[in-house]
Design a protein around this ligand. Structure first.
Ligand code: AMP
Ligand code: MG
Length: 423
């Protein structure tokens, strides 16, 4: 972890090289400056889907509440059973889920019992019905190997007073169900992160307007919108900002005032960055990096007032790659998911040869698929230009080639990161 207190301190550390910043290092530097939101709201559990828990959820009860049966069969006293032959017991009643047997089992007695039903007082084990033969009010049961067979103990899932869920836990369907199972209808979650974003570039035209010569549609704002909404952020779309110092300065001021995080695309590459840099130097503390990665070399990170700022490259694919590799992590942390794990990678066979020069980490777009024999393999989407957005749409994973890696012959094992489910 970086020990720098301010972004300026960071630039004075011995291994700080803004012109060749390893992916891991950049992630680490960013992480050192993130502090999660603290505002909390209480919501009914269904409304918390996609939010982050702001408190431990303490179980008010034992789960399960009672000793209960894991099988359909007969509740018995283990002491009544012979160890090497069938035992015949008298059936004195039944215990159904939600309708327990009211009495107490005496010696020589059994109770018909269903899965999930409460074990009657006096009983301690269950003989599954496949190992029992009933005839009128008598049942012959086979031996059991030990006391407690086919029963589930009260509190074996959760004990009353124990934390069922911890603060920082993202709430998914399993967590909503879990809270409901404890009878909890409302819970404290962190407020949504507010993220403002805009595009810069005089060549950009908003969707719905005809293209003039040399103009292109602004696609990054749509991609970023999708990525942010999937992450559960509140989005503030500020549109396309003209490439003038005045307009850019005003946009940064407005964004930083109203949001926790400001994301821009374009305008951070060499040449273009100069005036953006001057503007940001006036408004806050922002570092400009050349990341040792492909695509996505230029990246700016810093603070404008209390807002975190990510200046992503302009190229549409580079926007997505840098978002997945840097912004996603940071947003999860800021949302309060302080134990979020890094994106997992898997090793898989690559069927296409890949050209690569050592020196940068590459994130190629890949298609993971399974052949008729059940073997999984990956191939690239083809042309890997950082403006080729169709490659992101065809891809279902990144193929990650480490910094020192050279050309990859077909048939090599490579690391992949699945795209679906990441966000
Ligand atoms: P820049 O970093 O501003 O030089 O942009 C790099 C490339 O990405 C240029 O070809 C831009 O036209 C393109 N680009 C920048 N912003 C966007 C955007 N919002 N949507 C689509 N392409 C963009
Ligand atoms: Mg530009």
């Amino acid at each position: 972890m970086s020990s720098a207190k301010t972004l300026h301190d960071l630039t004075a550390t011995s291994d700080y090289d803004p012109n060749s910043m390893p992916v891991e290092k950049a992630r680490e530097h960013i992480r050192a400056f993130l502090s999660p939101v603290t505002t909390v709201e209480r919501l009914s559990i269904r409304a918390t889907l996609g939010r982050v828990l702001a408190e431990d959820v303490i179980s008010p009860v034992n789960v399960p509440q009672h000793d209960n049966s894991a099988m359909d069969g007969y509740a018995v006293r283990f002491a009544d059973l012979k160890s090497d032959a069938e035992s015949t017991l008298k059936i004195v009643g039944a215990s159904f889920a939600g309708k327990p047997f009211q009495g107490t089992l005496a010696a020589g007695q059994a109770v018909r019992i269903m899965t999930g039903a409460v074990i009657p007082a006096g009983a301690d084990s269950v003989v599954q019905q496949e190992r029992a033969r009933a005839c009128a009010d008598q049942v012959s049961v086979m031996p059991l190997s030990k006391k407690g067979t086919n029963t589930r103990s009260a509190g074996e899932d959760l004990r009353a007073g124990e934390a069922a869920l911890k603060r920082g836990q993202p709430i998914r369907p399993a967590e909503i169900g879990m809270m409901a199972s404890l009878g909890i209808g409302e819970v404290a979650v962190y407020r949504k992160l507010r993220v403002a974003f805009f595009s810069t570039g005089d060549e950009l035209v908003a969707v719905g307007t005809p293209l003039g010569p040399g103009q292109i549609y602004d696609s990054n704002r749509y991609t970023i919108y999708g990525l942010l909404v999937r992450l559960g952020c509140e989005v503030l779309d500020m549109g396309v900002i003209r490439d003038t110092p005045e307009d850019v300065e005003q946009a940064f001021k407005d964004a930083a005032r109203s949001a926790d995080v400001v994301i821009t695309s374009g305008g951070v590459s060499v040449g273009e960055a100069d005036y953006v840099k001057q503007v940001l130097d006036r408004l806050g503390e922002v570092l400009f990096w050349k990341i040792a990665m492909k695509p996505g070399r230029p990246l700016a990170y810093g603070k404008i007032g209390d807002a975190h700022f990510f200046g992503l490259p302009g190229n549409p694919v580079a926007v997505m790659v840098t978002f997945y590799q840097f912004v996603r992590d940071a947003l999860l942390h800021l949302q309060g998911q302080t134990r979020a794990i890094p994106l997992p990678t898997q090793k898989v066979l690559c069927t296409s040869p890949i050209k690569k020069a050592p020196g940068r980490t590459e994130f190629q777009r890949g298609i993971l698929s399974r052949d008729a024999t059940g073997q999984w393999s990956v191939r690239t989407t083809g042309d890997q230009g950082s403006g080729i957005l169709s490659s992101m749409s065809q891809a279902n994973c990144f193929i990650i080639l480490p910094t020192d890696q050279g050309n990859v012959p077909a048939g090599s094992e490579v690391d992949i990161q699945l795209l679906e489910g990441l966000i």
